[in-house]
Design a protein around this ligand. Structure first.
Ligand code: NDP
Ligand code: GDR
Length: 372
């Protein structure tokens, strides 16, 4: 039987890496679009790399960019994918306030470029398309929990761009009878999460502090509530969405929500450190209350976390909690990880990574800023 062929845009990102691994295990031929950069940007997929000189390869990388229609059309023409997973995006909400036009171009119009290339190439009856939509579409709270029928109220240039992408995906399905789907995914994290998203920023900082490599760290809004799942569970669902009989839109979430403050508490809990939070808003500070693990002993009463308003957003999304019942009931999707298991996985990985830094520091091999 002919191997299925998938094209993943955003292959170098968190989800692109997990999805590539997942599809390769399923026997797919996987093609990924990566951007040219002045430094290597393939860390997350280096273990999947195959030497171009070997025969029977099943993992291919191609240069591309979501802002370049000629490139997108050519790639789709050459690859003739059965499934396209459009994961590429300027995905940082806060950064989108700094780069609104680019975000609109890559995240909004980029999606149109994919859809239209498939149509122009006459592949609309053979190529299925998954669009990486987001819980950020819900923005200002209208209804809790948020489901496929909850109205959208985007609160950032990122979310507004993704709103265009959502509706153009629906429109091409309705107008041209194409198999195009939105996965409205709530926040999903992992050891591969980008370092500037809040969960990874926390697990990295907690690991460094526990190992004595850093004194304290700064965050923005500690009251924000998110429905956090594990990226591994969510990429499985992306694939399931494209295997369904009918093209539809799906909410993927855990159904539970937690504050950023509690994510901090849980991460410190993994190294046996209990915190005490004092003050409110920009004056909120966290101190070390107790240390129960002999490996990670800090001074009791030490100030470890402060709020810095530079991390506040011009407009914030206060509360996200998804209702995944449609995906649970119709596709039989159940996440394997809950939040404690996710935090454990991320802390285990970052403690290992930072232990390497500790070794390099002790050996005098590095003098990176955060060590000073
Ligand atoms: P990442 O930020 O980790 O990855 C984004 C990927 O897109 C990277 O490979 C990046 O390349 C690539 N990219 C960015 N801009 C362009 C461009 N102009 N042309 C080509 N490629 C580009 O995101 P995630 O893996 O976390 O998320 C995947 C998708 O899912 C994104 O669209 C995101 O908006 C969406 N999403 C994510 C959620 C989450 O919680 N993770 C939840 C809901 C939706 P490079 O490595 O070179 O930067
Ligand atoms: P989000 O993720 O905006 O939900 O978008 P992020 O982790 O950036 O923020 C979550 C919440 O934490 C608050 N916060 C901070 N955030 C960051 N990044 N850094 C901080 O120091 C900090 N302090 C507090 C934020 O204000 C926010 O409320 C992610 C991305 O992956 C999107 O691409 C995706 O669409 C959505 O999740 C679902």
């Amino acid at each position: 039987m002919k191997k299925k062929v998938a094209l993943i845009t955003g292959v170098t990102g968190q989800d692109g890496a997990y999805l590539s691994e997942f599809l390769l295990k399923k026997g797919y031929e996987v093609h990924g679009m990566k951007r040219r950069s002045s430094l290597f940007n393939t860390d997350r997929i280096d273990h999947l790399y195959q030497d171009p000189h070997i025969e029977n390869r099943n993992f291919f990388l191609h240069y591309g960019d979501m802002t370049d229609s000629t490139n997108i059309t050519r790639l789709i023409k050459e690859i003739l994918p059965d499934e396209i997973y459009n994961l590429a995006a300027m995905s940082h909400v806060h950064v989108s306030f700094e780069t609104p036009e680019y975000t609109g171009n890559a995240d909004g119009l980029g999606t149109l470029r994919i859809l239209d290339a498939v149509r122009l190439l006459g592949l609309e009856k053979t190529t299925r398309i998954y669009q990486a939509s987001t819980s950020e579409l819900y923005g200002r709270v209208q209804e809790v929990p948020q489901s496929e029928t909850t109205p959208f109220y985007p609160r950032s240039p990122y979310a507004v761009a993704k709103m265009y992408a959502f509706w153009i995906t629906v429109n091409y399905r309705e107008a041209y009878d194409m198999y195009t789907c939105n996965g409205i995914l709530f926040n999903h994290e992992s050891p591969l999460r980008g370092e500037t998203f809040v969960t990874r920023k926390i697990t990295r900082a907690v690991s460094r502090i526990a190992l004595g490599l850093q004194d304290k760290f700064y965050l923005g809004n500690l009251n924000a509530k998110r429905d956090w799942g594990h990226a591994k569970d969510y990429v499985r669902m992306m694939w399931m969405i494209l295997q369904a009989d009918k093209a539809e839109d799906w909410v993927i979430a855990t159904g539970k929500t937690t504050t950023v403050r509690d994510f901090v508490r849980m991460s410190f809990g993994e190294v046996g450190i209990e915190l005490e939070f004092k003050g409110e808003g920009v004056n909120e500070v966290a101190y070390v209350k107790t240390c129960s693990d002999p490996k990670y002993q800090l001074e009791i009463g030490k100030e470890i976390l402060s709020v810095d308003p530079i991390y506040f957003r011009p407009t914030e999304v206060d509360l996200l909690v998804g209702d995944p019942s449609k995906a649970n009931n119709k596709l039989g999707w159940k996440p394997k990880y809950d939040l404690p298991a996710l935090v454990k996985d991320m802390m285990k990985s970052d403690l290992k990574l930072m232990s390497k830094d500790q070794y390099l520091k002790e050996g005098g091999y590095v003098t990176l800023n955060y060590f000073e």
